[in-house]
Design a protein around this ligand. Structure first.
Ligand code: TYD
Length: 207
């Protein structure tokens, strides 16, 4: 199958799957050859969205729907102020998490109905979808072991195994619903094997 060179790329996965480890390498590859690369993240990416991020990760919301409204409010600002203008001028955009994380965490994890999230997505993103989503998939038990070895920090990293089992299942559901843009990477492999798989993927997509 041939693919158009992706311009808007997102990376996803449950906490502990190791996406941050591979982010710098991805950014380096995407920015090679002088092409403009905008590297950003969610929740966050604009001043407003970063303030919302602090509140969300601090556990300010009383329930999942409030949290969903907060992340989608930030997302709308991020899409309008940063992502769409960057894409319009021809830059590549690499975003650490995007809408799929809301389906995984607020949806799968906290139980906000899929249809509610689809509605919020339609309002906030106005049909903007990534061209390519790299999903670092890992067994929730293994992810929990990796998180325990690192510093436990925010509201989500403190969640129990069941939350991440549901979040992972929700990523899987999104991957099925958006099969054309999703690529699953087995994050249970060695770092070297994951890096090789990423390199092969980027080559295959003309990046
Ligand atoms: P993360 O991307 O893991 O950043 P860091 O590596 O700095 O911890 O943290 C963001 C957290 O926010 C992560 O636990 C997933 C969560 N999240 C949501 O709950 N909903 C969302 O829509 C997004 C984008 C992230």
């Amino acid at each position: 199958m041939t693919h158009k060179t992706p311009q808007f790329i997102t990376i996803e996965g449950i906490d502990g799957a190791g996406k941050s480890t591979h982010l710098a390498r991805l950014a380096e590859r995407l920015g090679a050859g002088g092409r403009e690369l905008v590297q950003t993240r969610e929740p966050g990416g604009t001043e407003l969205a970063e303030r919302l991020r602090e509140l969300v990760l601090g556990g300010a919301a009383q329930d999942g729907l409030t949290e969903a409204l907060m992340v989608f409010a930030g997302r709308r600002d991020h899409v309008r102020r940063l992502i769409r203008p960057a894409l319009a001028r021809g830059a590549a955009v690499l975003c650490d998490r995007f809408t799929d994380s809301a389906f995984a965490y607020q949806g799968g994890g906290s139980g906000v109905p899929w249809t509610v999230l689809q509605q919020l997505e339609a309002w906030a993103c106005e049909s903007l979808q990534p061209d390519l989503t790299i999903w670092f998939d890992l067994e929730p038990e293994e992810a929990a072991r990796r998180r325990a070895a690192a510093r436990a920090a925010d509201r989500f990293e403190a969640e129990d195994l069941g939350f991440f089992v549901r979040a992972r299942a929700a990523f899987e559901r999104r991957a099925g619903e958006h099969a054309a843009r999703f690529v699953r990477i087995d994050a249970g492999q060695s770092l070297g094997a994951v890096a090789e798989q990423l390199d092969a993927l980027l080559r295959e997509r003309g990046l």
